[in-house]
Design a protein around this ligand. Structure first.
Ligand SMILES: [Zn+2]
Length: 433
């Protein structure tokens, strides 16, 4: 058990309690004991001088691929946890599309035991909606949830069969867990390699129309309205999807949504001359789509910024564009790219922090995401002023596939604390053993 820690005179931004101001934060027995405007004293407490730093609830990422079991060359629960805490994330939701798929308690338990052994951040497994992600037969939802899954998803693939999707939503109401969906109508996306638009035309690549996503969002919102379940839409990428989610929320449907830093930062022009680091699914869309996502982040239509951290090997990307594998790593660049929206005046600091903490916590009903006394002391310290250039070679992730290599960012995580224990400090991981 770690001793008491006093974070002195940092700018505490805690969206759930509406706090944005200089405070002292006292941590005892791994929990937040006190947040005070007046300076605190406690003899024997380790003091962290937080002047000039932001003191934030630990970030929560609802969408991470840790690749274990099966593709440990790309990432493991351990290396993914390192990458997470280096990026300020104290909790991640691990997608089930591993090789073996997480569609049984056995795989869920394996991921949880690897996470305990890593001992760095909270890892919440997500179970599959359908057995083997095949979209044919529902997985044993009850078994997955008793084993520790916090949601179900076939992420990476849509559930094309509408009746099956309807049954998943209905069944999930028993457990009151979100059904997380990767919205893609495969008959519309086909063999497409990037979004429909001028860049696809110029490069002669097969296009993926926005309808591939928007039509599925529409379908699932209709199903949701009938079942009364909880729907979480992963990686929203299109203006049309944003509009549908905004309208559904207005009508009181239990829908939540996330957007990734790459979708709200980049557009199709990032593909440049067939850069496979700009290849992901859903694809980068047009500028007006990225603008719509930014608006939706600001007005509450989108609940969470999630990275869709998707590690891949070098060779997976060193191929022709249409054969290149989808996905980018994101844990270590998420904060800087989110803060870019603050610097551009799109988000207030409070809103930006909410999208990384309270928003994802509420969307999935996860613990954490705030600094209320009594809560687990998951805390992220940020230097908001430091400017740095992304260097993929220095990632803690095993993989280097990022379209942001060399990009200048302002604002960086300096320390990450999980349960009152320092796990990352000034560029170093603090392993417990
Ligand atoms: Zn996906």
């Amino acid at each position: 058990m770690s001793g008491p820690v006093l974070f002195r005179r940092g700018r505490v931004i805690d969206p759930r309690s509406g706090v944005d101001g200089v405070r002292d934060v006292l941590v005892q027995d791994g929990k937040v004991a006190q947040v005070s405007e007046a300076p605190l004293q406690l003899s024997g407490a380790e003091v962290v001088d937080a002047q000039g730093r932001w003191v934030l609830p630990g970030f929560i990422d609802l969408h991470v691929h840790l690749r274990e079991p099966g593709e440990e060359g790309k990432e493991t629960v351990l290396t993914g946890s390192r990458s997470a805490v280096a990026g300020g994330f104290t909790a991640v939701v691990a997608m089930p599309n591993t090789k073996v798929v997480n569609d049984s308690a056995l795989v869920t338990e394996l991921v949880l035991s690897r996470a305990r052994a890593a001992g760095l951040c909270h890892v919440y497994p997500a179970g599959a909606i359908t057995k083997g992600l095949k979209g044919e037969e529902l997985a044993e939802m009850g078994e997955l949830i008793s084993a520790g899954c916090v949601c179900i998803t076939d992420d990476g693939r849509p559930v094309m069969n509408a009746a099956l999707m309807r049954r998943a939503l209905q069944y999930a109401t028993i457990f009151d867990i979100p059904v997380m969906v990767h919205e893609e109508d495969l008959t519309l996306s086909g063999k497409g390699a990037m979004t429909e638009g001028p860049t696809a035309t110029r490069l002669g690549l097969l296009p993926i129309p926005p309808s591939a996503e928007v039509a599925m969002v529409a379908r699932d919102l209709v199903l949701l309205e009938e079942t009364g379940g909880r729907l979480h839409i992963a990686h929203l990428s299109c203006e049309g999807s944003v509009r549908l989610v905004r309208e559904a929320k207005k009508r009181g449907l239990r829908v939540t949504a996330e957007a990734t830093p790459h979708h709200f930062t980049l557009d199709d022009t990032a593909v440049g001359q067939y850069d496979t680091h700009a290849k992901m699914n859903p694809p980068l869309r047009l500028r007006r789509d990225a603008e719509a996502l930014r608006e939706a982040l600001a007005d509450g239509t989108i609940d969470a910024i999630a990275t869709d951290h998707a590690p891949h090997g070098v060779l997976d990307k060193q191929v022709e564009f249409d054969k290149g594998i989808n996905g980018v790593v994101g844990l270590e660049t998420a904060l800087g790219l989110t803060l870019a929206l603050v610097h551009e005046g799109v988000l207030s600091p409070l809103k930006a922090v909410e999208l990384l903490t309270d928003g994802p916590s509420r969307a999935f009903g996860l613990p954490g995401g705030h600094l209320a006394p009594g809560s687990t002391a998951d805390i992220t310290l940020v230097d908001p002023e430091v400017e740095w250039a992304v260097d993929a070679e220095r990632f803690f992730s095993k993989s280097r596939n990022t379209p942001f290599n060399g990009r200048l960012l302002k604002g960086r995580v300096t320390q990450t604390w999980v349960g009152g224990r320092l796990v990352f400090s000034d560029g170093q991981i603090k392993e417990s053993r």
